[in-house]
Each structure stands twice: as C-alpha cells, then as structure tokens.
Design a protein around this ligand. Sequence first.
Ligand code: SF4
Length: 317
Amino acid sequence: MMQYLVILLDDTSVSYCHYENTKMEKQLISLENLQAGILFAMKQNLIIQFVYPDYDLPEAYKKVIENIDNTKIVSALGTEKNADVVVFNGWGNLTDYDFSQSEEKAFVIRTSKTALFENHKKAIAILDKITRLNIVIIDVERFKDDDFEQYENVLNKLKTAVKEVCEKGKFPQLNLLTDRILLDKMNNCNAGIENITLAPNGKFYICPAFYFENESDFVGELSSGVNIKNKQLYTLEYAPICRKCDAYQCKRCVWLNRKTTMEVNTPSHEQCVITHLERNASRELLNDLHLYDAFLDNEIETIDYLDPFEKTNEYNF
Ligand code: SF4
C-alpha cells in the first residue's frame, strides 16, 4: 500500500540515495503543482517527504509546505535548517558540521567505496553524537573482490565503534549494522509500492533516480494520477531470490537492479554480497551485544554464502 509521497522541490534537490543528481539548473516546482501534490497526498493519506535544493525557498512555498505535516530532506550545505534528514554528499563537510542538538535528525553520508575505505574513521568519530546515520554507497556496481575484503574490514571497525558507544549506554543506529539487528522481516525501500515521487515537472516517477536518469520514464501525472505498468514486478513476491533472503536491511534498490541486470526485480551480485557482508557483521555485533544482555530476543543465523543466487538450488531459493 502506498504510504509516502516524495516531492522533489527543485531540479537541484539533494540526492539522498544511490543515484546522482547531475542537474545544475534550478527548476523550482510550480506553486500550483506543489499544492496539487499536497492535495494528492492528503486524498491518498500519504506522508510527504520534501527534498530540498540548497537555496532558500520563496516565502509562499514555505507557507504552503508548513500547512501540512512533512519530513524535510536537506543537504548539509543547504539553507533550510529545520531538517529531519541531513545529507552529506561525500565526507568533506562532516568534520565542520555542528552535531549539537542532532538527536531528532537522521544523517546520510553518500560515498563512493574508495572514499568510504579512506574516510570511515570520520563516521566513527560522530557515532556518539548522532541518533541515526545512513551510509549510502553510490558505486555498488563497481565493487571487485578486493573491495569486498576492504568493505568487510571497514564493517569490522564500524562494528567495534558501535559496540564501544553501546558500552557507554547509547545505541547509535547505523544502517549498515544495526538495521538488521532490529528487523524480523524485509524492510526494503519499496519504491513504486510504498512510495512514489513527484518531480518538479508535475509527473510521478518510481523514485527520484528514475526522474534524474530519464524524464520520460514517468508513471503518471498530477492530472491523471499514478499508473505503474507491471506494478507487481516491484513487489517482494515477484523477486524470486529476494523473497527467500534474510538480509532484511537490504534496500533492494529497483533502480540499481534495472541499471545492473536490466530487471527491476533481479539484484546484482555486488549488491547481494555487500548486503550479506553487512548482515554477517550485524550478526557479530548482535552476539557481542548479547554479552551485555541487550537484544536477547533477537537472533541472526549463521549462513555459508554471500550471494543467495549461488545457493538457489541447495537452499530451494
Ligand atoms: S541481499 Fe540480494 S537477494 Fe537479499 S534482499 Fe538484497 S538484493 Fe535481494
């Protein structure tokens, strides 16, 4: 069931996920489309997530936005200070950011694999200052065998850091390690199923990535509503490998799937291995936390594979 409407306020709205926003020219959504989008959300009972550009919005827009409950996704460089989600595009501005009064906010760091390997200590340094941090790798498809090894090492270091913060009585949420601990079923992105995106041009897209990749890839308009062809393909039930998988924290990114395998419901080897390395590191963290009597009801099984595709026969996937 649809639950969220993502509204891109401008063509230069910050990317908060795997996709790159390469648009440089401002194109603010019209006030008319903004109001129509909000009305659409109200009629469908959807929670709105506004994605902000870096510049200050006109007062008329601010007024309309504040008339409805919403979540604000904002760049760390943006002028909107009342953010719910703050996005760092890379690691450059992390050390200068004032993390005081950050408890209510979630943070996102978008990073390439190499930058993560080089800068993960900067994430470790803020773990005791934040409530939630999402690290989003933007070049998943470029992982090679050596990178998997390096990623495992980074996860180990992050795991030790999370454990040390837990020992001080705090539980920082780090998507790569703690989401799987807290989940007992799939918690994927569910673009096209639970959320849909309205772009500044007044058209709907599966998610922002589909808009920025190809504007003609829309799945409806404000005037006619959402109409997704073969909608079932976006569901877990129609993803034969994923539906048997227990890497519950996986975003199961349908845009990344299409980019790497040409099918929205078929993941790449890289995505699965990365996610299973996270799953296994989460398991080790959970076992460590059990020693402190934390999360005693939660268990993550030991498994002997990193890519479920390789086990399709043996495990009856
Ligand atoms: S790890 Fe692979 S099989 Fe498991 S949910 Fe993610 S994409 Fe699907």
